[in-house]
Design a protein around this ligand. Structure first.
Ligand SMILES: [Fe+2]
Ligand SMILES: [Fe+2]
Length: 258
C-alpha cells in the first residue's frame, strides 16, 4: 500500500496546494496524512479551516507545537477522531496522540504524533519512552504504524528513527518546514525522512512574508509576522509499505512548486 505523508500545511496557500493535489489523486496514495499545525494563517487550526481540510479527502491530521494557537482546537480534538496532537504532552490536555485510519484497501494504519524535546518549546515528556508506550498500545489494534515526529533537531529525529526501526513502518519528521534529502529505508525496514518540508508559500521564510523576517533579523525590532502570499509548494513523501510484513519497500520524496 502507498501512504502519503504531507509536511506542515501553512495558511491559505498551503490549503490551496492540498486541493490541487487532491484533484490529481494524491499520487495514487491509498491513505493520506498531513500535518496541520500551521493551517490557519500559519498558526494552529480553526473550526472553519478544519472543515476545509476535511473536504480534501485527507484521512488524518497531525499537529505540533502550534497546536493550541487557536482556541477552537480544544473542541476539534474532543469531537473528531481524524486529528491528533502530540502524544507526549504532559498534563490533562484535550485530544489523543494516536489514531487509527483506514486505507482505501482496508489496511488499518495506526498513527502516532510525537514532539521533540531539543530546541523546541514544549511541555512534553521524553518522546522515546512515550513512543514505546504508544507503539505497544497500537500494535494489536492496527496493521501498520506511522509516526509523525514533530521536532527541531535532526539528531533527535535520526535517533528516534533508529530507535523505532523495525517496530513501525514509517518515522517522518515535521516542524522545520525545510524538506530534507535523506528519505531512506532503515536497516530493519522502517521508512524514514528527517523532515517532510512545508506545504505553503514558496517565496517565504518558512511560510512567513520574507521582508518582515529580514527586518526583524537586522533591527531586532518586533513586527508581526504575516503568512506569505503568492505561489505555493507541496512537500510530502510517498511511502510504499508491504502491509503483511509492515516494512517499507520504497520512499519517494515529493517537492512540487505551484
Ligand atoms: Fe510547522
Ligand atoms: Fe512546529
Amino acid at each position: 500500500m502507498k501512504l502519503l505523508m504531507i509536511g506542515d500545511v501553512f495558511g491559505r496557500v498551503g490549503r490551496d496546494m492540498l486541493f490541487e493535489q487532491a484533484e490529481c489523486g494524491f499520487f495514487g496514495a491509498d491513505a493520506v496524512i498531513a500535518n496541520a499545525e500551521n493551517a490557519a494563517h500559519g498558526r494552529g487550526v480553526t473550526k472553519s479551516v478544519f472543515d476545509e481540510l476535511c473536504r480534501t479527502g485527507i484521512d488524518g491530521f497531525t499537529l505540533g507545537n502550534h497546536v493550541w494557537d487557536c482556541p477552537d482546537i480544544q473542541s476539534i480534538l474532543k469531537y473528531n477522531d481524524n486529528i491528533i496532537r502530540p502524544y507526549n504532552f504532559e498534563g490533562n490536555v484535550p485530544g489523543s496522540g494516536t489514531m487509527i485510519i483506514k486505507s482505501k484497501s482496508g489496511v488499518h494504519i495506526g498513527v502516532i504524533n510525537l514532539m521533540g524535546c531539543v530546541n523546541i518549546p514544549n511541555h512534553s515528556a521524553n518522546p522515546f519512552l512515550a513512543a514505546d508506550k504508544a507503539v505497544s498500545y497500537l500494535k494489536s489494534r492496527c496493521d501498520i504504524i506511522a509516526v509523525d515526529f514533530h521536532a527541531e533537531a535532526t539528531s533527535e529525529k535520526a535517533a528516534l528513527g533508529y530507535y523505532l526501526d523495525g517496530r513501525v513502518s514509517v518515522v517522518a519528521g515535521t516542524h522545520t518546514h525545510v524538506q530534507t534529502a535523506d528519505n531512506q529505508i532503515l536497516p530493519s525496514g522502517t521508512g524514514y525522512i528527517s523532515d517532510l518540508g512545508m506545504t505553503g508559500p514558496n517565496i517565504s521564510v518558512i511560510g512567513m512574508e520574507k521582508n518582515t523576517v529580514i527586518y526583524r533579523f537586522i533591527t531586532g525590532i518586533p513586527k508581526r509576522y504575516e503568512p506569505a502570499t503568492g505561489k505555493g509548494q507541496f512537500c510530502a513523501v510517498l511511502f510504499t509499505i508491504d502491509e503483511t510484513s509492515g516494512k517499507t519497500i520504497d520512499t519517494e520524496r515529493i517537492f512540487i512548486k505551484g
